[in-house]
Design a protein around this ligand. Sequence first.
Ligand code: ADP
Length: 275
Amino acid sequence: MITPVPVPTAFGGTDTCMLMTFHDQTPLRRVEEMRADFVANASHELRTPLAALSGFIDTLQGPAKDDAKARERFLGIMHAQATRMARLIDDLLSLSRVELSAHVRPDTLVDILPIIRQVGDGLEPLANERNVRIEMALPETPVSIAGDREELLRLFENLIENALKYGASGGKVEVSLTMESTSEGVPEIRVAVRDYGPGIAPEHLPRLTERFYRVDVGDSRAQGGTGLGLSLVKHILNRHRGRLLIESVPKNGATFTAAFPQVKAPPAPPASAAS
Ligand code: ADP
């Protein structure tokens, strides 16, 4: 930017000199590029099912007009495509809601055990469909964190659903809660979701939480995936001051762990003055 600046001269007057300032536009440009990429990706993802829908509508109005069998089959596919679009829009809205409130930390104490159990119960039909057992190893006593119940439901739903979708069918998914410490000695509550599926090759691991990133796009679409689930998980964990740990041994499954800071016990009430 070039700005005219008045400067005093040796003879008592003022002169104008030009001040040139340099601003590093790189971070700003990167944010703008990311935003443009995001819009392009979102449009592409929405356009795919939309194109399929309009193609089937054309077919139903034309060649398949009087073919009852074809009509039934096409309506089934159209229903699946419409469901996919709705899921994509839901995920986009959740993501933008969580991103917008990134700076506000949830401050209500919630017990996460009933939340995890509720997610497990809700996913029982998918587990049955995939012939997978969900095994929970959870403590008996409540485990509280400062959190947002709805977001935590979304978080565990994404992790357990992924384990069921991408893990081995006919196997098991283990959900466990442990108290551990980071290498710096910070105490954490860790909820690990482990599957015994094909796992994930190491080169994909750092990119899994990027929006729309999928290891195998075809497989993810076939499973009704949007590529937004783990991005949402990461943002929810950030808002809860937590972190996501991913470990995988190709051909021997994957473990996704949501780690939350342990809540400090409230200060003990002052000792009674009466003796
Ligand atoms: P999606 O909606 O496609 O499931 P996610 O963001 O939840 O999107 O996951 C991103 C990708 O990570 C998935 O498409 C899949 O390729 C891979 N992935 C996620 N969880 C697992 C898992 N448990 N085992 C193997 N691959 C996984």
